[in-house]
Design a binder for this molecule. Structure first.
Ligand code: 5AD
Ligand code: SF4
Length: 442
């Protein structure tokens, strides 16, 4: 008999993409994905360890699942992903309701682990691999809008940014066979998808050596994917500034369907802090990359990640972050307070010495500035016409549709005889800091 499987995902896009791989593996092994947690025979929680509060949320969620286990003692609960990798022993000791603990490279073994649980009550696997890319697995699409999808192109990270737990939870960096990536993009396009996002912890260090010795780097890969169809939009995330080459910028500029949007995490605007973070670039290097992007792709949308209150960050360092934000003028940003992660270089070598209230105040200043910058940039878009890929109805009203322009900005407009997956030209007539409002022009 088929088991009813419910997967709940926390954290980054990589995790959502991983859940789709897990779904595919288990659907091939007598499981059916369902959307109602109460009905499940198996619940898998795909977890994130990037900040402490991400982990706290998962512990809280496990508390909430206790009642289901009471109701159905045969219910199998699994913790998979980064927290499984990092907190295996704690989970075994403190969370008796957890039957499966599977790290990010153990997903192929989940069918076997489920069988083991039925016999012995528990299965644990957290060995990291140097090769696993789940390359040939065609993910099932979970909660898909049928228009945009993620394609994972590489796994792991070896940058060892000093604050970051990812190299420890996701292991060594490895790239996926480009043929399987292009096949997946083609398959998605043939099934009506119009936008794909190539995913990896550090996509621009993608590299693959073909059988004939030819090397494929990220610029060549993204060009290969863009050639699948001129009506298939291509995005990518995340890039590391140190690897952001002129070649890649030129490739983005030369394909209309590679979106003019770049997420380039700066983390800090202070060279001293960047050095401590082991980011391997300076403020000047980062700004040089931004200038190269702005020169070659003048209408490029820009977003970033910023950490407030890293170890030893002075008021002057913080001011440098604010001034860098002003200089770049990001359209959007993900902004965080520094959260010390066990085992990282920073945790081992630097005191977490910026007081909590100072971290909070600095983060607030960063968020306020970003709000202003987003609003200013959006105001500049009023009057412009953008090609929008329609994604569906807005949450608020079935009389309004929304989609994104190439720059990754959400545009809302009145319903017309069009459907999700269509391209329409929309003229922006108004905006907030978060959204553009427009009218269809043709
Ligand atoms: N504390 C706060 N933010 C972090 N990030 C990564 N590790 C930490 C940490 N320990 C942020 C970085 C990264 C994003 C995915 O999460 O900005 O780019
Ligand atoms: Fe973490 Fe740095 Fe790797 Fe990103 S690049 S996952 S911040 S170590």
């Amino acid at each position: 008999m088929n088991s009813k499987l419910y997967i709940e995902t926390y954290g980054c896009q990589m995790n959502f993409s991983d859940s789709e791989i897990v779904g595919a593996i288990l659907e091939h092994n007598k499981c059916t994905l369902i959307k109602d947690v109460e009905q499940a025979d198996i619940i898998l929680i795909n977890t994130c360890s990037i900040r402490e509060n991400a982990e706290n949320r998962i512990f809280h969620r496990l508390e909430n699942l206790r009642h289901l286990k009471k109701k159905n003692p045969l219910l199998i609960i699994g913790v998979i992903g980064c927290m499984a990798e990092r907190m295996k022993d704690d989970l075994i000791a403190k969370e008796p309701i957890v039957n499966i603990i599977a790290g990010p490279d153990s997903y192929r073994d989940l069918p076997k682990m489920i069988e083991m649980v039925k016999v012995s009550g528990q299965a644990v696997e957290t060995l990291l691999s140097e090769e696993e890319t789940y390359g040939e697995i065609m993910p099932v699409r979970i909660d898909s809008n049928g228009v945009s999808a993620f394609i994972s192109i590489m796994r792991g990270c070896e940058n060892y940014c000093s604050y970051c737990v990812v190299p420890y939870t996701r292991g060594k960096e490895r790239s996926r066979d480009p043929e399987t990536i292009v096949n997946e993009a083609t398959y998605l396009f043939n099934h009506g998808y119009k936008e794909i996002t190539l995913l990896g912890q550090n996509v621009n260090s993608y590299h693959w050596e073909c059988a004939d010795g030819k090397m494929i780097n990220f610029s060549s890969l993204i060009a290969l994917v863009a050639k699948v169809s001129p009506t298939l939009r291509v995005r990518f995330s995340t890039s590391h500034p140190k690897d952001f080459s002129d070649e890649l910028i030129d490739t983005i500029a030369s394909y209309d369907n590679i979106c003019n949007f770049i997420h380039l995490p700066m983390q800090s605007g202070s060279t001293a802090v960047l050095k401590k973070m082991n980011r391997k670039y300076t403020r000047e290097w980062y700004l040089d990359r931004i200038n190269a992007i702005k020169t070659r792709i003048p209408d490029c949308g820009l977003s970033t990640d910023i950490i407030a209150g890293f170890c030893g960050e002075t008021e002057e360092d913080h001011q440098q972050t604010l001034s860098m934000m002003k200089e770049v003028g990001y359209d959007s940003a993900f902004m965080f307070k520094y959260s010390e992660r066990p085992g990282t270089l920073a945790q081992r070598h630097f005191p977490n010495d910026v007081p909590e209230d100072v971290k909070s105040r600095r983060l607030e200043e960063i968020i306020d500035l970003q709000q202003q910058s987003s609003l200013e940039n959006n105001k500049k878009d009023v009057g412009k016409v953008f090609e929008v890929l329609v994604e569906g109805e807005t949450k608020r009203s079935d009389k309004q549709l929304f989609g994104c322009n190439s720059q990754n900005k959400v545009i809302i407009f009145d319903r017309a005889e069009i459907k999700a997956g269509d391209y329409v030209n929309v003229k922006v007539v108004d905006c907030t800091a978060a959204t553009l409002m427009g009218e269809i022009v043709s």
